[in-house]
Design a protein around this ligand. Structure first.
Ligand code: NAD
Ligand code: MG
Length: 360
């Protein structure tokens, strides 16, 4: 593998920190640019001799200045849209953790990807698993992709119980250790909804070929069903360093320090359906995806506002879904012809959701 210069966006976050570990363990990977939303990066940049650094603002500036070989987009939320589009448009390999950008800007991203012709490697563990199961398969043999969900900390809570769960309980994820926004999304199952839409754009599959199953131990990350009835599964420890390393060293698949599954102990491979009554955000995301246009963008925007309000203890856990449903009812959802129209759709959904937060 030749040297790869990586622009690491969102370096101070959960994915960003794990990516640094992977990069440090792989001699050909170097960091050429670092970015965060608001945390200062002077110390980190000085320690590593990184010249290009940006804190906040339009992060395409640091990409233009550093001209990386790979962009690792590990920013959280819609803030990752511009850099996703930049990498795809320029044909620069994109290791994508920031699922919100593909959900919100799916159509624009896919056309930029087609024009740019570069690699788009998913870092999201389920999509990394699907990507690996699909590699080298003839398209017409693929019947469906099934994403697994841990079910989150409230998998066995009743609807009544959900009314009173606390922020601390929602942040206590049973299998994955992640940033706060995605941890709440995992508790509501909005994360799996975002991932359905992400899979639709990444793998060019209709929603009728995308499914979700709850798998509490998070050992199986993805399943692909073929037309002959066979299924391939992707298994491994729930540890993000595996998909991060896969994306950054693709197609070489370098060694990682992650332990393998231990078959000398019993492993739980249980599966159960997701409950739409208690976790309505999954169905709302699917519906937004099927409606297309800027509905997925609105779903994402309203969800970001609602999750932030829940984390600030301004609304209850169950209000998150109610706020998103309300915003989706009120937006027009018309397709966005360009980034400025998309930003308009994002702002409109945020405004509607914020209005509801104020009156909840
Ligand atoms: P995090 O909250 O731990 O970190 C977010 C990073 O984004 C921080 O470095 C922060 O400074 C930066 N950031 C926030 N707002 C920004 C802005 N406006 N401009 C520039 N940078 C900004 O989040 P995380 O858990 O590392 O998740 C990052 C992304 O990866 C999310 O999209 C998440 O859905 C996705 N993801 C995370 C995991 C995981 O295990 N953490 C797994 C799969 C996918
Ligand atoms: Mg995931």
């Amino acid at each position: 593998m030749r040297e790869r210069r990586i622009a690491l966006l969102g370096v101070t976050g959960s994915i960003g920190r794990q990516a640094l570990e992977v990069i440090d363990a792989t001699p050909e990977l170097t960091v050429c640019a670092l970015a965060s939303g608001s945390q200062p990066l002077d110390k980190l940049a000085a320690e590593r001799g990184v010249e290009h650094v940006q804190v906040g603002g339009d992060l395409t500036d640091v990409l233009e200045a550093s001209q990386p070989d790979v962009v690792l987009n590990a920013v959280v939320g819609f803030a990752g849209v511009r850099t996703t589009l930049w990498a795809l448009e320029h044909g620069v390999a994109l290791a994508l953790a920031n699922k919100e950008s593909l959900v919100a800007a799916g159509e624009l991203a896919v056309s930029a990807w087609k024009r740019g012709g570069g690699l788009l490697l998913p870092v999201d563990s389920e999509h990394s698993g699907v990507f690996q199961c699909l590699e080298g398969r003839a398209r017409e043999t693929i019947e469906a992709v099934v994403l697994t969900a841990s079910g989150g900390p409230f998998r066995n809570h009743s609807r009544d119980d959900l009314e009173s769960v606390s922020v601390a309980e929602a942040l206590d994820h049973p299998t994955w250790s992640m940033g706060p926004k995605i941890t709440i999304d995992s508790a509501t199952l909005a994360n799996k909804g975002l991932e359905l839409i992400e899979a639709h754009f990444l793998f060019d599959l209709g929603y009728d070929r995308l499914d979700v199953v709850v798998h509490p131990s998070s050992i199986v990350h993805a399943l692909v069903r073929f037309r002959d009835g066979a299924m391939l599964a992707h298994l491994g420890q729930p540890d993000m360093r595996i998909p991060i390393s896969f994306a950054l060293t693709y197609p070489e698949r370098r060694a990682t320090p992650v332990s393998t599954l231990d078959f000398s102990e019993a492993l739980e491979l249980a599966f159960e359906p997701a409950d739409p009554e208690r976790f309505p955000l999954l169905a709302l995301a699917r519906e937004a995806g099927e409606r297309g246009g800027t509905y997925p963008c609105a779903f994402n925007a309203a969800n970001e506002v609602a999750v932030a309000a829940f984390l600030e203890e301004r609304i209850r856990f169950v209000d998150i879904a109610a706020l998103v449903a309300d915003a989706l009812d009120r937006v027009d959802g018309a397709p966005a012809a360009d980034l400025s129209e998309l930003v308009g759709a994002d702002e409109e959904a945020r405004r509607l959701a914020a209005g509801r937060v104020a009156t909840t």
